[in-house]
Write a protein that binds this ligand. Sequence first.
Ligand code: IPD
Ligand code: CA
Ligand code: CA
Ligand code: CA
Length: 265
Amino acid sequence: TSHATTGYEARQRFAENVARKAGALALDYFLRRETLVIETKKDPQDVVSIADRAVETLIREQIAEAYPKDGVLGEEYGMAESSSGFTWVIDPIDGTSPFVNGMPTWCVSIALLHQGEPVVGVIAAPCQDELYSAAHGLGARLNGTPLRIDGSRTIRNAVTGVGANHHVPPRRVADFVEALLTQGGTFIRNGSGALMLAYVAAGRLVGYYEPYMHAWDCLAGYCLVREAGGWFLPFPVEGERLTKGAPVLAAGPGAIEDLRTLAQL
Ligand code: IPD
Ligand code: CA
Ligand code: CA
Ligand code: CA
């Protein structure tokens, strides 16, 4: 598809602007995080604060104003159905744990679904002053510079990102990490799966594995990785399945086979 016919550029520009605004609001909260009341969800490691809710509210207001018929699925406020065929899938703050603990590795993640495909992915990392943006057929960029994954990087000469939560048995991630280390690989976890997926698109990580993620954690990353020339395990987004989780595996060309074997996917 040519630039003129994809039709996603207007929404991509919009998403970039919203991610910048949302990132600025989140950064305000981050800089005065001592004043935040930290609540926990079912899992005591799963934290949330007014910052997460305020940022999601801002994003939802902007979408409702610009594209009132588009659907929205967000981590904090759930699903609003679409009547336009477009659905935004948003995580106001991915990496709430680093956020509340004073570490800079968190981000705002905004994805757009159209006809069952993630077609736009934007991630803003305000502490690093980075904006990642991709649209179907138009490539991926970091602060305007095109991203292209280097196929010579492997699990043995580069770093793999790993994520974990308490939705699935610890064994799954433990087995993966053991196998990765055994094969001469190594891993990083920075507390934001969305941001680590953007790092795969940027070639900083050669891959990313997490046994279970939600759509809002990974769909912007999906678009970024694919558009940068990487591989991403298909993620179920049709109907009911959009609100359920699934395993996530992303890889550069030189690591796909190894990572699929290690993750058994
Ligand atoms: C979490 C982060 C984390 C991942 C978890 C996610 P949140 O999202 O992405 O890196 O391991 O599975 O739930 O709660 O910080 O938005
Ligand atoms: Ca959360
Ligand atoms: Ca998340
Ligand atoms: Ca979140």
